[in-house]
Design a binder for this molecule. Structure first.
Ligand code: GAR
Length: 215
């Protein structure tokens, strides 16, 4: 049976560990490219070494956010990508870009949204004193770090955590749940219905569980 979406592109800005998890997961369909807005993004070399086509669209070369987003959208369309996966892509996208890829633009964010949108989520989680933190995969809507939630994973905040320790615990879960979410969207086991994500009952992602045990 044909998948609802046959290919995807991954957008990065840096290290690209989520990109690696997505590519290593051997998702249904083809990765038609990794695109970075930063020429020095470490993830580019990793992808190229594995035979994935890469491109750089340097946002600094464009006079406006709008002009950058148009070039980015054209590159995505030129590759024929149906699904766009943001994996540590640290640019705010214009409403026009988000509308153009409506329903096929997905992001991972290092918090349990709607808590802690924006930057420095782990520091904020520690300052706020939450006992449970985590990550969220969501469809992108024009509001920053918002949109229908596909999968979440939660981790405990431990008494002696610093931001780096907490980030590492969350990142390990990101690497599990992002491929689950992408697989579900690509093969049609999860869909947007009335602005909410519905999973087939036999395909509910394992990531939607507390990663609790604390000594
Ligand atoms: C990840 O923790 C991702 O959730 C976060 O950036 C990191 C990228 O790491 N994304 C955001 O904060 C987006 N708002 P990676 O490059 O190793 O995947």
């Amino acid at each position: 049976m044909k998948n609802p979406m046959d290919n995807y592109v991954i957008l990065i800005s840096g290290r690209g560990s989520n990109m690696q998890a997505l590519i290593d997961a051997k998702l249904p369909g083809t990765c038609v490219g990794v695109i970075s807005n930063r020429p020095g993004a470490a993830g580019l070399a990793w992808a190229a070494e594995r035979g994935v086509s890469t491109a750089v669209i340097d946002h600094k070369a464009f006079p406006s956010r709008e002009a950058f987003d148009v070039a980015l959208a054209e590159e995505i369309d030129r590759r024929g990508a149906e699904l766009v996966l943001l994996a540590g892509f640290m640019r705010v996208l214009t409403e026009a870009f988000v509308q153009r890829f409506n329903g096929r633009l997905v992001n991972i964010h290092p918090s349990l949204l709607p808590a802690f949108p924006g930057l420095h989520t782990h520091e904020t989680a520690l300052k706020t004193g939450v006992r449970i933190h985590g990550c969220t995969v969501h469809f992108v809507t024009p509001a920053l770090d918002c949109g229908p939630i596909v999968v979440q994973a939660a981790v405990p905040v431990l008494p002696d955590d610093d931001a780096d320790q907490l980030a590492a615990r969350v990142l390990a879960q990101e690497h599990l749940v992002y491929p689950q979410a992408a697989r579900g969207i690509l093969n049609g086991h999860c869909r947007l219905v009335d602005h909410r994500v519905v999973w087939d009952s036999d395909a509910t992602p394992a990531g939607d569980a507390l990663r609790v045990p604390v000594a």
